[in-house]
Design a protein. Structure first.
Lengths: 328, 469
């Protein structure tokens, strides 16, 4: 039962990373789009699905609260400021979808809030992951690192890295969903973004080596973990090849695969810890009565149904989005 | 625990949840109304229903968006500000909120995209189905939230182990009597919000002498629904009062401003309760009525606040006045709905501009009633977070600093004020422009993945075609 909910939590986080990842990425690239027509076309590729994408963040949050209440309480309270900024970012970018089309003179306000909100949310998500990897200070289950204890050079670097990662995913999404100038400029953005992600990964690895982060020992203890970087490298190679062939469809899948590989590396490095080297899965698990209640309804039946809703949504809006939108 | 951080966290929770409830209260009713409109259009083929659907869908979109983004905050705020509560009650509240997310949020989110953008891409029956699914999602969400809050009001079906509330009787948690009066109370309140907004818009158009056909449908449907639902709402509200009387006697005494035990008890209609002297000033009360309302008896003894230790008493002023404002709003709405429906049946409503003004100006009443009702419930629950078991002061994140809490409160207030003023302005502008859309702007709006040719081929029906904004 505990393992089932660990698996569902991992799957939900991964789905969130991939779906809201491209969605936030499009939001960040929105800032450098050339002209109103292109911005409209970009927005219309995510407008029908953004709400569902963001719902996976709530799915992640409530699974964590219901199945691992200790972790939920510790992580959320430790990340008071980053969670706050992430939420405000998501609010500002979320309302932009509805408000932008209604605004006449004030449209630029929602363009700015869409871009800034996307950046803020992405950066904070990356920084929180970075802070967890680096290690947070807890004593007796209470966070003792101070209000800004999560903010270090490393966590800031991870924040920037995730902005690059999401933007790359967003650019690949635009290549897949658009035609004409939007696709062409997104295609031009992919190589620098991909190089940015690569540089970031090398840097993180070097930093871990220099600073002797505890994660390193995990990698030497568990050599099988290197399978995932190899998969990631393979995906990067296919990505490069598909770029050369001017393929619209495969780049997104390959970047998604790189995300999966990176996520699996991290998650398995910390196994069986949920908060690295502080709280294990078993320490954090909710009582059996809670897990079983969730399993027999939400877990077994509703979760597949949620995947079905997502599939229906993406199927209805499949294929290239028509350009030529004066506003959505 | 820092007392300032506690106070700021309480203010922040009160502020963010008050802001949030404004939108679901509206969209739950509106989603049901959209489903009815779409069904009536598909059944009768009358264009007026389609026009109204397209019009209200735009307003629904804006309100729904604000509800979604302000709702995400709620899922995380328990953990950031109330870490002790989330650790202790996670085994019960976590699964309940999981059910809400799994059954309701994903349903809403999945079909909302189709509702706004998908009309040209799916068959009509599937479009109606999508509308109904969004409505079902909003209703299920209200259900799980009421289960959750009811458990905090009347905790049941649990044992306390290792500082955690461990569930041992889920059916008791979900199917207890408290849930099944409070959920209908909230659901009806949402339907009444939708009904009054629709009716008020109709009255506004009649006063401005525009959109007569649409205005009549809106007035008729909105007022008739309200006229039927309001008496039911009063009855269910009475049942809600019964649970408070039985399970939360201190809250009940605060609502009644009853300081001392009385037998038989009088009912204070209006007064200024004074907690320093533990008495009421300028009280107008009716003898014996308090016993009748509390226990349906002429002789029962009703408990007063001084029977509880001072540290276990809720504040009196807010529950006392909030409750009376809620009930007052209910009576005004009842009068408007009955009078309006009666005159409407006699075809005299159009000429009665005074009543039309009254209906038009009544649109904030359901919101005022909902907010004051929640203030009664939540402030009356104090000093407890989980009634009788966990004090609010013990539930807050113990290491939260006042400066962090102050930062978040200021930022929430600033950002919410910003989006609220724009959001209500956009909704106002849509309502003022009416079903034909905003003048001077192209009425058809391209839908993602859809060529624009469809709208261009049918210029005569422009403005009635678009699925979204």
């Amino acid at each position: 039962m505990v393992m089932y909910w660990v698996a569902l939590l991992a799957i939900s986080i991964l789905i969130y990373l991939l779906l809201d990842g491209f969605d936030l990425g499009v939001g960040m690239l929105f800032g450098v789009a050339g002209g109103e027509a292109q911005r409209d076309a970009m927005l219309s590729t995510v407008a029908p699905v953004w709400d569902g994408n963001e719902t996976w963040l709530i799915v992640t949050g409530v699974i964590m609260w219901g199945s691992f209440p200790v972790v939920y309480a510790m992580v959320m309270s430790a990340f008071y400021i980053p969670v706050l900024v992430m939420l405000l970012g998501l609010i500002l970018r979320g309302v932009a979808f509805e408000f932008r089309g209604k605004a006449l003179r004030s449209r630029w306000v929602w363009d700015v809030s869409f871009v800034a909100g996307s950046f803020a949310a992405s950066f904070m998500q990356g920084a929180m992951v970075g802070a967890l990897v680096e290690g947070l200070q807890f004593s007796n289950g209470d966070y003792t690192g101070g209000t800004l204890g999560w903010l270090t050079a490393f966590s800031a670097l991870c924040g920037i890295g995730l902005c690059f990662g999401y933007s790359l995913l967003g650019a690949c999404w635009l290549v897949r969903k658009c035609e004409g100038p939007v696709r062409d400029s997104a295609r031009r953005q992919i190589p620098p973004l991909a190089i940015g992600v690569l540089v970031f990964l090398v840097f993180v690895f070097a930093y871990a080596l220099v600073e002797h982060l505890p994660i390193l020992q995990r990698w030497t203890d568990r050599p099988y973990l290197f399978v995932f970087p190899v998969i990631g490298a393979g995906a990067a190679a296919v990505l490069a090849k598909s770029m050369l062939r001017h393929d619209d469809y495969w780049p997104f899948n390959m970047v998604a695969l790189i995300f999966v590989a990176a996520f699996a590396t991290l998650a398995l490095s910390f196994w069986p810890y949920m908060i690295p080297f502080v709280v294990t899965i078993d320490d954090a698990a909710a009582p059996h009565a809670s897990l079983a209640f969730m399993f027999w309804g939400a877990g077994l039946f509703m979760f597949p149904l949620m995947l079905l809703y997502v599939a229906v949504g993406y199927r209805v809006f499949r294929g290239k989005t028509a350009p030529a939108a004066d506003h959505y | 625990m820092d007392p300032t951080a506690l106070l700021l966290s309480r203010l922040q929770f009160a502020f963010t949840i008050s802001f949030h409830i404004i939108f679901p209260a509206f969209t739950i009713g509106l989603a049901a109304w959209l489903t009815v409109l779409e069904a009536m259009h598909q059944y009768s083929g009358k264009p007026v229903y389609r026009t109204l659907f397209a019009f209200w869908l735009k307003i629904f979109g804006v309100a729904f968006g604000m509800g979604v983004v302000s709702g995400v905050v709620m899922a995380f705020q328990f953990g950031t500000n109330w870490s002790v509560l989330s650790k202790m009650s996670g085994p019960i509240q976590g699964p309940l909120l999981s059910y809400e997310t799994f059954t309701a949020f994903m349903l809403e989110a999945g079909f909302f995209g189709i509702l706004i953008f998908g009309r040209p891409r799916v068959p009509p029956w599937f479009y109606l189905f999508s509308t109904a699914m969004v409505a079902l999602g909003t209703t299920l969400s209200a259900f799980w939230i009421m289960v959750n809050n009811s458990w905090m009001q009347v905790p049941t079906g649990y044992v306390l182990q290792n500082d955690q509330f461990v569930p041992d009787d889920w059916p008791q948690i979900i199917f207890n009597r408290v849930v099944w009066v409070r959920f209908p109370h909230m659901l009806l309140a949402s339907y009444l919000t939708g009904a009054f907004c629709v009716a008020a818009t109709g009255a506004w158009y009649l006063l401005r002498r525009t959109y007569r056909a649409e205005a009549h449908v809106m007035l008729r449907m909105g007022l008739a629904l309200a006229a039927v639902l309001l008496p039911v709402q009063f009855f269910i509200g009475h049942l809600v009062g019964d649970y408070v009387h039985d399970y939360q006697p201190a809250k009940f005494a605060a609502i009644e401003a009853r300081w001392h035990d009385e037998q038989p008890a009088s009912e204070v209609l209006i007064a200024i309760p004074d907690s320093t002297t533990e008495s009421n000033r300028y009280a107008i009360s009716i003898p014996v009525l308090g016993s009748i309302i509390g226990s349906m008896s002429l002789t029962s003894k009703e408990v007063g606040l001084t029977s509880f230790a001072p540290q276990d008493r809720p504040p009196v002023l807010i529950p006392f006045f909030a409750f009376r404002i809620m009930v007052g709003c209910g009576f005004v709405m009842l009068g408007l709905a009955w009078l309006g429906t009666w005159l409407g049946l006699k075809h005299r409503l159009d000429r009665n501009r005074l009543l039309l003004w009254g209906i038009f100006l009544s649109f904030p009443l359901p919101w005022v009633a909902i907010l004051t009702g929640w203030y009664t419930a939540e402030v009356g629950r104090q000093p407890w977070t989980v009634y009788g078991v966990l004090r609010t002061a013990d539930a807050v994140t113990p290491f939260l600093t006042a400066s962090a809490a102050m930062t978040s409160l200021i930022l929430f207030v600033a950002v919410y004020a910003f989006i609220f003023s724009f959001g209500t302005y956009y909704i106002y502008r849509l309502l003022r422009a009416g079903p034909a859309g905003l003048g001077g702007k192209p009425l058809h709006v391209p839908v993602p993945n859809r060529p624009m040719s469809l709208a261009d081929q049918l210029p005569a029906t422009r403005g009635y075609l678009e699925a979204g904004e």
